[in-house]
Design a protein around this ligand. Structure first.
Ligand code: ADP
Ligand code: NA
Length: 332
């Protein structure tokens, strides 16, 4: 058996969204007293699979670290570090590039979505991204990976890579990691299109709530969020074929830490003209302390860098012996 250990990562590829907060950061903070060692990574090597301006990447990495801390992740309790500062990630990723099969990679829906029709012009790194993600996770023998729904297929690929490595080399060296996808907000959707996930890479800023948006901006985005004209149904079951309404209720549930049923008992039957202001008030109340703490931390970049440097040292203490053992198994 493997000792339980949590790993998760976020790309410093632009501002953080409410999707990142509810699907990832808030859950990391909520689970940090579980007694399980948790390792969280700013995955800058993933970010550069699509073009990033160097100065923006540097700033986004610090801002992401500030986002973790402002969301309540304590760098004394959890390891917070930057991927490129731990070269073992790239080293293990190469081995996994040689374990993963082309056919597996071609089936990844995120590759198909991100490369789109112009796959010939996509970077080789974008194609190989899930093998690097497998290395991120397995370099720490992580047993659990808390992520949003969009990352489920990548964690399944991680399991396939671990199983093939173990089988090919006749060892039980890498754990078969479990994705942990829980809560009301495993897939926060765009405010403009209920069929697309909320993402920092969506060209429309109205589609998402950024963690750094001010109160007026948050309220305006929720007021203008697309919905159908009917009032909310009386019960959760009535949300099943109403993607936009369901999304707003899910966000309300996650922010207020209630079940969807409990929320519907409170707001069922209300028109959006009443529900949207309630949601806006809640979102502002929950996000504004986080965004002001992020802004405060961003005034101390040297402090953020020191936290990441310390985190990278702690990460390497775990990663280096696992990589050394992997090389030995492979015969290198
Ligand atoms: P993005 O998709 O915004 O670029 P990342 O790929 O860096 O973000 O994902 C970071 C974490 O945030 C992952 O755990 C991912 O599953 C989660 N996440 C991203 N978008 C959403 C969303 N819309 N709803 C729920 N979780 C999300
Ligand atoms: Na993502």
């Amino acid at each position: 058996g493997f000792t339980p250990r949590v790993f998760s990562g976020i790309q410093p590829s632009g501002g953080l969204t409410l999707g990142n907060y509810l699907g990832a950061l808030k859950r990391f903070a909520d689970s940090q007293n579980s007694g399980v060692e948790s390792i969280y990574c700013m995955v800058d090597m993933h970010a550069i699979t699509v073009w990033q301006e160097p100065e923006k990447l540097k700033r986004a990495t610090r801002e992401l670290c500030a986002g973790f801390i402002a969301s309540g992740v304590d760098p004394e309790k959890s390891v917070l570090f930057n991927q490129s500062q731990v070269p073992e990630h790239a080293q293990l990723a190469w081995i996994f590039n040689c374990v993963a099969r082309m056919g597996w990679m071609k089936r990844m829906t995120q590759w198909k979505d991100k490369a789109g029709k112009n796959a010939e012009q996509a970077s080789l790194g974008l194609f190989a991204y899930p093998a690097l993600m497998a290395a991120d996770i397995l370099l720490y023998h992580a047993t659990h990976v808390p992520v949003g729904e969009d990352q489920k297929q990548h964690v399944e690929l991680t399991r396939d890579i671990a199983a093939k490595f173990n089988h090919d080399y006749g060892v039980e060296f890498f754990p078969i990691t479990e994705p942990v996808i829980e809560g009301a907000a495993t897939r926060v959707m765009s405010l403009r299109d209920g069929s697309k996930k909320m993402s920092k890479s969506d060209p429309s800023d109205m589609s998402r709530i950024n963690m750094t948006d001010d109160a007026d901006t948050i309220a305006a985005k929720i007021r203008k969020a697309r919905t159908d004209p009917e009032p909310l149904p009386s019960e959760a079951a009535g949300l099943s074929d109403r993607a936009e309404a369901r999304n707003l209720v899910n966000i309300y549930a996650a922010l207020s830490e209630q079940s969807v049923d409990a929320v519907m008992a409170e707001v069922g039957g209300k028109p959006f003209s009443e529900f949207k202001p309630m949601l806006a008030e809640l979102a502002v109340a929950k996000l504004s302390p986080v965004s002001s703490e992020m802004a405060r931390l961003m005034e101390e970049p040297a402090e953020i860098d020191a936290i990441l440097n310390r985190g990278s040292e702690r990460a390497r203490e775990i990663a280096a012996p696992i990589l050394a053992k992997t090389y030995e198994i492979v015969g290198m």
